[in-house]
Design a protein around this ligand. Sequence first.
Ligand code: NAG
Ligand code: NAG
Ligand code: NAG
Length: 486
Amino acid sequence: MPPWGSYHLALIVFTMPWNLHKTLVSLAFPYVVAALNNGVGVKPAMGWNPYNAFACSATEAMYHTQAQSIVSLGLLAVGYQYINLDCGWQATSRDSAGKFQWSNKTLPAGVPALATFVHNLGLKFGVYTDLGVFACDTVGGTAHFIGSLGHETSDVASYASRGADYVDNCFAVNSTDFVDFDPPISVRWDNIFRIMNQVVPITGFAARFNDLDMLEVGNSGLTTAEQRTHFAFWAATKSPLIISTDLTKAYTQTLNILKNTRIISLNQDALGKSIAFKRRYTNDHDVWSGPLSDGSTVALVINWQDSSRSLTFNLADVGFSSATATDLITGTSLGKVTTSITQTVAAHGSMVLKLTNGVAAPTSTFTFYPAASGTLAGGANTRVVNSSITVVGFVGNGGTLLSFDYINGDFTFSNTACSNCRNTFVSVNGGTAVQVQMPISAQSWDILLSGYLVSLPGFRAGKTNTITLSNPSAFTPDFYRVGVAV
Ligand SMILES: *[C@@H]1O[C@H](CO)[C@@H](O)[C@H](O)[C@H]1NC(C)=O
Ligand SMILES: *[C@@H]1O[C@H](CO)[C@@H](O)[C@H](O)[C@H]1NC(C)=O
Ligand SMILES: *[C@@H]1O[C@H](CO)[C@@H](O)[C@H](O)[C@H]1NC(C)=O
């Protein structure tokens, strides 16, 4: 339940006869793929945008220099082709005919001249607008840059007539002013964790590509290993790869990350399918994977620990008992691997692996126990989602429950202790509770995440086992059921 519930003790004790030593739940996400047939947008866009380096203050001269850098640094050659405007290019009012105007201060030679400059370098040109009356800047009042709400068709036509090949936009919810939230733009690892959690439900529903927003590769605030993880995650989730750093000052390391063609080809893969969340080992590592057009699988394994360490990736977490593996960060062939792969991984670094000739791991079958059939006490209570789903909510803040098919609609644009996730502490037969970070299932409270997998020691074969879920200081997700591998 959302955190506006009462804060008295909530408790459910759930006992059941299990001859098991593990709790496993199957994983299932629906996929919807809408094919485009006009030749545009069939692959995620790649290019450059000023925002993460210059916010709304990029000038015409800067657009020229960055466009030239895209070419001279070899970035166009590996696919970065769009030079996109961001806030600051727009005027603060329309002309007398209602037409979108640019700022003469930012772009003295005008948009058509800039488009021509960009096109003459062999690049494409993008503009930026907003789905509100005003843009998502933080200037306020009449100083705001104009947005396109109510002018969508005519604005797009005028952008195209002035040479634009691409429109990027920001979403504003206030019809009389700009967007009414202010997402953090500081470059910290915490933001990456928050965004990854936010992506968990989206990978299953995206009609085409996810958009995780511009890259921070090259900007201060992330280590080289963190930047590699960030870039690989954006690439493998099929997000646009929009560089947003000052290329005139780019380090060799930055260019090495941005020009890794093995990672870029994940992004531009013809199948266009995002990796999906497979498994989280709380405060240890995440496993994500997805299919590629050649029949192989990409696996991304992220080290959440704050230090370099030996990390073991279990192939079974992506459905294989063995496979032929290639390290896509280095290009090194790892040959045939069985059961697991162990590598030294930097703090917040990752393994990015292409797996071919995968041999399927044995699949688990499950017995499911509805959470609502547990013994509820304190504030924990049931909530009917629809005719087939009843969940148990108000667990936590002192309470206890068991289940691993859940609903968590507690999304945030800020960094918290568990941004876009909720913690559940799981204990078997009264043993030490294990922390489990459960990402959001949706941005509403009626969509399940099915199959969050946790292995738990402490089961007694042939006996009645009791599992408790609790959280001493916050709410857990709402639980629907737990499946137990048989
Ligand atoms: C920019 O300059 C042109 C040419 O002088 C003028 O027509 C236009 O109104 C100016 N735009 C704005 C927003 O002031
Ligand atoms: C929209 O913005 C205006 C102007 O800043 C403000 O007065 C109003 O409260 C905002 N409305 C909403 C729903 O946020
Ligand atoms: C009930 O909700 C679940 C979870 O969102 C959904 O999968 C299911 O299709 C819904 N069933 C009905 C009958 O609406």
